[in-house]
Design a protein around this ligand. Structure first.
Ligand SMILES: Nc1nc2c(ncn2[C@@H]2O[C@H](COP(=O)(O)OP(=O)(O)OP(=O)(O)O)[C@@H](O)[C@H]2O)c(=O)[nH]1
Length: 303
């Protein structure tokens, strides 16, 4: 089976992992050098619970940022910001175990400053993150509309599944939108699988998904409806435009020379499609049923 690897990003962040350990070590060394252990009776376990939780959660945030984000400016600022907060939180926790002589009071006096710096850096990081996310949203535009739910992404095509498409189409209708919907079906895909194998079939579906995205406008949406069927949502187009878009996609699919992994053999396929109008008053399940029924019968109206 065609599998997309979903590794963590830790491998790219060895330096930041060392930085995190260094922050914790520095807090420990400074505190141990300056203070002496408190008596057991002097220790407030409730404070330790609260402050220890802050240290652990900040550490968990750093690790999740490093696990999920690629290297770059935003990641750097997030880790520096959280690192400063971690430093303050660690000093705060350690002074629950240690008593400082008057000469070392500076340590408990300065312990909150790194947290303030960290929060300022985090504010900058969130601002940059906002800009980064806007750029990513544009990249994702034809795959994702105004709603994100990573659980609904199909791992083979990296498109959202049919349920997502239906929900977006219904929301589009509710907002008063007019447009067209289409279902594209790859012809004889079961034969493709039989001849070239399931893994190649998966790879082919992945490639078709890329092709759909390439052929759509920024405001359109492509999803994997099910199996070898893809669903499109085309807002604000007239009938001719909708049919043209879908027809051109089918022509593109026919012209793809898909290369088998084991040989340089070019594999050509074809697709058929059904197109229907979507208005605020149309009944989406009926429209869908109609399009799927026609596809079943093998009528080739759009392609
Ligand atoms: N490789 C692969 N095949 C899939 C996947 N999901 C469904 N299929 C296959 O897609 C094929 C769909 O079969 P059919 O609905 O008969 O479609 P078809 O063979 O294209 O026939 P027509 O649509 O009538 O041309 C089946 O063989 C499924 O096993 C998938 O995720 N990966």
């Amino acid at each position: 089976m065609f599998k997309l690897r979903n590794h963590t990003q830790f491998g790219h962040h060895k330096g930041w992992l060392v930085f995190t350990v260094a922050v914790l070590s520095l807090a420990l060394v400074l505190s141990l050098n300056a203070g002496s252990p408190k008596l057991f009776a002097e220790i407030s376990w409730l404070d330790i619970l609260g402050e220890g939780s802050i240290v652990l959660l900040t550490l968990a945030w750093i690790l999740s940022a490093l696990a999920s984000r690629p290297p770059g400016k935003v990641t750097r600022y997030i880790v520096i910001g959280l690192g400063c907060i971690l430093f303050s939180a660690s000093l705060d926790l350690l002074d629950e175990f240690l008593r400082y002589p008057p000469a070392s009071h500076w340590l408990s006096m300065i312990e909150s400053f790194p947290a303030v710096v960290g929060m300022l850096v985090m504010t900058g990081a969130l601002y940059l993150w906002h800009h980064e996310q806007r750029a990513i949203n544009i990249q994702l535009r034809r795959r994702e509309w105004d709603y994100r739910d990573h659980g609904e992404i199909d791992p083979i095509t990296q498109l959202y599944r049919g349920e997502y498409w239906q929900a977006r189409a219904a929301a589009f209708q509710e907002s008063g939108g007019n447009g067209y919907v289409a279902i594209i079906d790859i012809n004889d895909f079961s034969y493709f699988n039989e001849r070239y194998g399931q893994a190649e079939g998966d790879r082919y579906l992945h490639e078709v998904a890329q092709l759909l995205i390439m052929n759509l406008r920024q405001q359109d949406l492509a999803c994997r409806y099910a199996g070898d069927r893809f669903a499109l949502l085309l807002p604000d187009v007239c009938e001719t435009q909708a049919y043209n878009i879908v027809k051109q996609i089918c022509i593109s699919i026919e012209h793809v020379a898909f290369r088998h992994q084991a040989s340089a053999e070019a594999i050509y396929t074809s697709a058929r499609a059904e197109v229907a109008q979507l208005t605020p008053v149309s009944h989406l399940p009926n429209i869908l049923r109609g399009m799927l029924g026609k596809l079943e019968k093998g009528q080739r109206t759009a392609a």
